[in-house]
Write a protein that binds this ligand. Structure first.
Ligand SMILES: [Ca+2]
Ligand SMILES: [Ca+2]
Length: 222
C-alpha cells in the first residue's frame, strides 16, 4: 500500500468513527428538545422537638377569611375559633389553647376576600404547623382542596398532607409549593378535609397561604 492509499484508508476510518458520534448527538438533541417543564406539587415535611419555627413572610390569604363551619370542635381546652389557625401565633407546644382540633371527618372551608380582588388569587405556597405537649397529637393528616371564582362549587384536590412523627418529636411543619411557582390560579375558596389523624385529633397551630392577586387585563379568560 502506497502512502497515498494509506492516507485515504485512514481518512475513511476516522470518518467512520465520527458518524456514530454525530448520530448520537442528534438523537440526544432531539430528546432534549422534547423535554418540557411539567407542573408538579412539592410537599416537604419536617419536624422537631422544640416547636421553634420561622414563619414565612407575607400576607396570609386565609387571615380574615370567613369559615364554614363558623366554629371548630373543642378538645382538652383547644380553641373553638378557626381564626386561631390564622393569627400568626404558634403558641407554646404545651399550650393546648393555641390549638385547633377538628375531628376525623371534619372539613373547613375558607372563603377568601373577593370584595376587592374579585378575580381570586394565585396560590404560591401553603405552610401548616401542628404541635402538642407530646408526640401523640403532632402529626398532620388532611387533604387540601380549592375552588376557583369561576367554578365555586367544584373543589379540586391540591395536595394530601401526611406528616408523621414519634417521640421525642412534638411539632411538625409542612410546606407545599409548585415547580412552576403557582399551585392554582383564580382561587376563591380553600377547603381542608381532616382524616386519619393521630389519636383522632391533633393540635393544629397555624395555616399560612401565600399568593398574589390574579392579574387580568382587561378581563380574565379561562
Ligand atoms: Ca395560631
Ligand atoms: Ca406524632
Amino acid at each position: 500500500m502506497n502512502i497515498s492509499r494509506l492516507h485515504r484508508v485512514q481518512t475513511r476510518i476516522r470518518a467512520g468513527k465520527r458518524r456514530p458520534s454525530k448520530a448520537l448527538a442528534s438523537i440526544i438533541a432531539a430528546l432534549l428538545a422534547g423535554v418540557s417543564a411539567h407542573a408538579s406539587v412539592v410537599v416537604q415535611n419536617e419536624s422537631n422537638a422544640t416547636h421553634v419555627w420561622t414563619l414565612p413572610v407575607g400576607t396570609n390569604l386565609l387571615a380574615g377569611a370567613t369559615t364554614l363551619p363558623a366554629m371548630a370542635v373543642v378538645h382538652e381546652g383547644s380553641s373553638s375559633s378557626w381564626m386561631t389557625l390564622t393569627d400568626g401565633i404558634l403558641g407554646d407546644a404545651a399550650d393546648k389553647t393555641a390549638s385547633v382540633t377538628p375531628n376525623n371527618g371534619d372539613s373547613v372551608m375558607f372563603s377568601l376576600d373577593l370584595s376587592v380582588n374579585f378575580n381570586g388569587y394565585s396560590l404560591a405556597s401553603f405552610d401548616t404547623y401542628c404541635a402538642w405537649p407530646d408526640s401523640g397529637r403532632d402529626n398532620q393528616n388532611f387533604t387540601i382542596q380549592y375552588a376557583t371564582v369561576a367554578a365555586p362549587g367544584t373543589f379540586l384536590t391540591l395536595a394530601t398532607v401526611n406528616n408523621q412523627t414519634g417521640a421525642p418529636i412534638i411539632s411538625t411543619h409542612t410546606n407545599i409549593t409548585d415547580t412552576t411557582g403557582t399551585l392554582a390560579a383564580g382561587v376563591g375558596f380553600i377547603r381542608f378535609n381532616f382524616a386519619g389523624q393521630e389519636n383522632g385529633y391533633v393540635g393544629l397551630r397555624e395555616f399560612i397561604v401565600l399568593g398574589n392577586v390574579r392579574q387580568c387585563d382587561p378581563q380574565c379568560r379561562e
